[in-house]
Design a protein. Structure first.
Length: 171
C-alpha cells in the first residue's frame, strides 16, 4: 500500500509516497529495510528553501534522522499496555519533544537502547531553523533514528545511563 511519507535528514525534508506492505507498521518496515524508495519525492532545503522534485529517490536509513508515521496504524491486536515518558531529543538540526512508550516498570532510556535503531515517539513537536526562521511541526507519531541522536533529556526520574549518548540533566 502507498502511504504519505515525510523524512527529516541533516539538511532537508523529503516528502513523497512510500510502498509499505499491507498491515505492516511503518516502524517495523523502516527497521527492516536499509534503503527506502520514495516516489513522487520533493526535497526541500533548510538552507535556502529551494525544492527538487524527483520521480524516485532511494533513501538510506543511515541518512534519515526522523520519519513521520501516518495512517494506517499497525494492527490493534499487536498493541500492548505501555507507560508514556516525556523525552527531549537533539538530533542534527532538530529539537524533538515527544513521548516514548515503554513497558510498565522499565526505564525508558534503557529501553531505547534495547530497541532497533528506528524508535517511535508520540505526541511530538519537532523544531528546526530554515531559511524562513524557526519551524515547529506537531506530529502524532515520529520515528527517530536513535543511532544518530546527539543527546536526550528526560524527567529527573528517568535519567539512567543511555549507552553511547550523552544525557542532559534537567535544569
Amino acid at each position: 500500500m502507498l502511504v504519505e511519507f515525510t523524512a527529516y535528514s541533516g539538511d532537508c525534508r523529503v516528502s513523497g509516497m512510500l510502498a509499505v506492505p499491507d498491515g505492516e507498521r511503518l516502524t517495523d518496515f523502516v527497521n527492516r529495510e536499509a534503503e527506502l524508495e520514495v516516489t513522487g519525492a520533493v526535497l526541500e532545503s533548510h538552507a535556502d528553501g529551494h525544492t527538487v522534485s524527483l520521480d524516485r529517490v532511494a533513501l538510506s536509513r543511515e541518512d534519515m534522522l526522523a520519519i513521520e508515521a501516518r495512517e494506517p496504524r499497525g494492527e490493534a491486536a499487536r498493541r500492548v499496555h505501555t507507560v508514556r515518558h516525556r523525552l527531549e531529543f537533539r538530533i542534527g538540526p532538530y529539537a524533538i519533544l515527544g513521548q516514548l512508550h515503554s513497558k510498565p516498570g522499565s526505564q525508558p532510556l534503557a529501553a531505547i537502547g534495547r530497541r532497533p535503531s528506528m524508535v517511535p515517539l508520540t505526541n511530538v513537536t519537532i523544531g528546526w531553523n530554515d531559511s524562513h526562521g524557526l519551524q515547529l511541526r506537531d506530529v502524532a507519531t515520529l520515528i527517530v533514528n536513535r543511532e544518530l541522536v546527539d543527546w536526550i533529556r528526560a524527567d529527573a526520574g528517568d535519567l539512567p545511563i543511555f549507552v553511547g549518548v550523552p544525557v542532559a540533566a534537567s535544569r
